[in-house]
Design a protein around this ligand. Structure first.
Ligand SMILES: C[S@@+](CC[C@H](N)C(=O)[O-])C[C@H]1O[C@@H](n2cnc3c(N)ncnc32)[C@H](O)[C@@H]1O
Length: 213
């Protein structure tokens, strides 16, 4: 892994993703959102890569905004535009994207920890702001014992810090995993926490009736 965010190039990684199955985190995000009876909505995929999860979300009925900085995947993402409810590709750095569309699902697989801490903070703030009442966020975040925590400028989190990130959300699933395995570049010690959380529907009522909670 390149030490600095600005030097990382995921084009080879993303090219190798075509043809793989949809990540379970995406499927579980949809299941979580649908548990309340919803069947469609707007989804945001942060770090969409080759667009496999974006296509899945579109095919199951969401309008998808797929964000990534990897220009090599532009054609692949643009080709998804006509699928299902539609995929809008947004090429560029997440931390420079500004406000995100109002979202019922925010998905980010294997991406947010590649952001520098200031970039992560900016993107997480936009993520929390775009999440609609009843909306679901599904992300994975690298922990402090991940191999890449030493020597790269990414964002790595303690469990206490993750508590802070999801403050005010209903945590539906949270799993911390640690194992020796492989990355695209070779052997690696992984330390990852997956979180699926929902913004309470009650948030909307509080805003609508002016109550302070
Ligand atoms: C490990 S890949 C994961 C891609 C996809 N979500 C998947 O699960 O296959 C990380 C992705 O994040 C994107 N990425 C990394 N830093 C980014 C940034 N600052 N802004 C936008 N995309 C970024 C990369 O281009 C890459 O596609």
């Amino acid at each position: 892994m390149q030490p600095r965010a600005e030097d990382r190039d995921f084009s080879a990684y993303n090219a190798a993703q075509h043809g793989r199955t949809v990540r379970p985190l995406a499927v579980r995000a949809v299941t979580a959102h649908r548990a309340s009876g919803a069947t469609s909505g707007t989804a945001v995929d942060l770090g969409a890569g080759a667009g496999i999860e974006a296509l899945y979300l579109a095919e199951v009925g969401y309008h998808v905004h797929a964000y990534d900085v990897d220009a090599s995947q532009r054609d692949a993402l643009d080709a998804l535009r006509d699928h299902g409810a539609g995929v809008t590709a947004r090429l560029g750095r997440l931390e420079e994207a500004g406000a995100l569309p109002d979202a019922d699902i925010v998905l980010s697989c294997a991406t947010l920890s590649f952001l520098t801490p200031p970039a992560f903070t900016a993107v997480w703030s936009q993520l929390r702001a775009c999440l609609q009442p009843g909306g679901v966020v599904a992300v994975d975040l690298f922990g402090e014992r991940d191999d890449w925590a030493a020597g790269t400028d990414g964002s790595f989190f303690s469990q206490d810090e993750i508590d802070g990130l999801v403050d005010g959300l209903e945590v539906l699933e949270r799993e911390e995993r640690e194992h020796d395995g492989r990355s695209f570049g070779g052997p690696k010690h992984w330390h990852v926490t997956e979180v699926i959380a929902r913004r309470p529907v009650q948030d909307a009522r509080s805003a609508a009736d002016g109550s302070a909670g």
